[in-house]
Design a protein around this ligand. Structure first.
Ligand SMILES: Nc1ncnc2c1ncn2[C@@H]1O[C@H](COP(=O)(O)OP(=O)(O)OP(=O)(O)O)[C@@H](O)[C@H]1O
Length: 271
């Protein structure tokens, strides 16, 4: 049984016969399910890329539940590709991704990836997050509406709920997208550079949302270039050149030596 068949492949994403995305039978995923096994998402020797060009090379990593995980690395390291593989929108060429049974990871991309004139309000965008449970354009239930209003509140955008998304600032849009990710109540929440270009208040709001999701038992993952923010995560994966350079607690991973090596700064030392 695989889960990627439900999610489809991203443009250029391919699936090889020896790749697999496996449900973890030990862990439930429906909202309200509380007895999550402390397993998380496991990537085992995953290779993936685009149109025959490899990007990830034998990535093995563990994304724990009930924790905030930061994925860091230089530009082009493969962070978004790794998140895409976990989300199931990029099919591995080989290797396995194991996650809780029936989980549909919630993926939040950057606001800059949205069509400029999308004719939807902020509340519409957040409601769409419930489609994972109800189906597209289906009538939402009272519980769904409550979750939507809660998420609008958590992200500090309740007062913007009736505004068209296209009329908002970048930071406000990003908050709406994170709210959409939150209401999916997935076991696995993936935010790709959620705080890029945002002010300190917006960054704090999104960090708090990640922390809350982790507190609810979710594997809350964010890609970030902010090493101070990564340092506040519970778990950190440092990748460079499509390979995991280090994984573990931020203190263990984000050493001067590892950071210098990953970003190629060691060649500037000693000048
Ligand atoms: N849709 C795509 N088609 C082809 N190549 C791609 C695609 N998306 C990314 N790549 C390539 O894959 C490599 C890794 O890209 P990826 O976006 O995963 O890196 P990243 O670590 O997230 O980078 P950044 O920090 O710059 O966002 C890069 O060389 C990039 O050019």
């Amino acid at each position: 049984m695989t889960q990627t068949s439900e999610t489809g492949a991203a443009p250029g994403g391919r699936r090889a016969p020896d790749s697999d995305v496996r449900p973890d039978p030990a862990s439930p995923s429906e909202p309200g399910a509380t007895a999550r096994a402390p397993t998380g998402v496991a990537l085992d020797d995953v290779s993936a890329g685009y149109d025959g060009t490899p990007v990830l090379h034998g990535v093995t990593a563990h994304i724990p539940h009930g924790a905030v995980t930061a994925i860091v690395g230089p530009n082009g390291a493969g962070k978004s590709t790794m998140v895409g593989v976990i989300a199931g929108v990029i099919r591995p060429d080989s290797g396995t991704v194991t996650m809780p049974a029936a989980t549909r990871p919630a993926l939040v991309v950057q606001h800059s990836g949205l069509p400029e004139q999308l004719p939807v309000t902020v509340r519409d965008v957040v409601r769409m997050g419930r489609w994972a449970h109800r189906g597209p354009w289906r009538r939402l239930r009272r519980d769904d509406h409550r979750l939507v209003e809660d998420a609008l509140g958590h992200l500090g955008i309740a007062h913007l709920a009736r505004r068209r998304l296209s009329t908002l600032s970048g930071g406000q849009r990003q908050r709406a997208l994170v709210a959409q990710g939150l209401v999916q109540h997935s076991d696995v929440l993936l935010l790709d550079e959620p705080a890029a270009g945002l002010d300190v208040a917006a960054q704090d709001t999104i960090a708090a949302a990640l922390r809350k999701a982790a507190g609810d038992g979710t594997a809350a993952v964010h890609v970030t270039h902010d090493l101070a923010e990564a340092d506040r995560a519970d778990h950190c994966v440092l990748i460079t050149g499509g390979r995991v350079l280090a994984e573990g607690s931020p203190t263990d991973v984000l050493t001067h030596e590892a950071v210098d090596h990953a970003w190629g700064l060691d060649r500037y030392r000693g000048r």
